[in-house]
Design a protein around this ligand. Structure first.
Ligand code: CMP
Length: 142
């Protein structure tokens, strides 16, 4: 079934000029990018986006990192995209990420882990609408 997910290319990857490499891997995997933009998050935006992690030991580090430089945010569309994109990313901790995944190849550590992807349909909906208005998503029935 056709699904959309929300994806971030994080500051560590943008800073190392990996936007194109990561977009290539996303497209090679068969996902269509239906919206995209570059942003430099404010503290308020980052804290709101990661509200579910408020109070966790890594929260401050996560917010500091996510506001440290520009990111790319995008919406991906395709069959089974939420699980499929998580598979492409690999586990959150790059030391546990399977060979050939984005995090295995690009992540520096558990925090500087290069990419984000929604973990459920509910998160996908919340995260997409956190950064994109409905009219910023393009139809790509190609
Ligand atoms: P992300 O998929 O963006 O969702 C939450 C982020 O918190 C996660 O990627 C990691 O970057 C970070 N994170 C989650 N768990 C830990 C942890 N145990 N230590 C450090 N950072 C973490």
């Amino acid at each position: 079934t056709l699904e959309r997910t929300f994806s971030i290319v994080k500051p560590d990857a943008v800073q190392r000029n990996l936007i194109g490499a990561i977009y290539q891997r996303i497209e090679n995997a068969g996902f269509r990018i239906v919206a995209a933009k570059m942003l430099h998050l404010t503290r308020e935006q980052a804290e709101g986006f990661y509200a579910e992690h408020q109070g966790k030991p890594f929260f401050e580090k996560l917010v500091n990192f996510m506001t440290s430089g520009p990111i790319m945010v995008q919406v991906l569309e395709g069959e089974n995209t939420i699980a499929g994109y998580r598979e492409l990313m690999g586990k959150t901790n790059p030391e546990e990420a399977a060979r050939g995944t984005l995090r295995a190849d690009y992540a520096v550590n558990h925090t500087f882990n290069s990419v984000h992807g929604s973990d459920s349909p509910e998160s996908a909906q919340r995260e997409i609408s956190y950064f994109f208005a409905a009219d910023e998503l393009c139809d790509r029935e190609d």
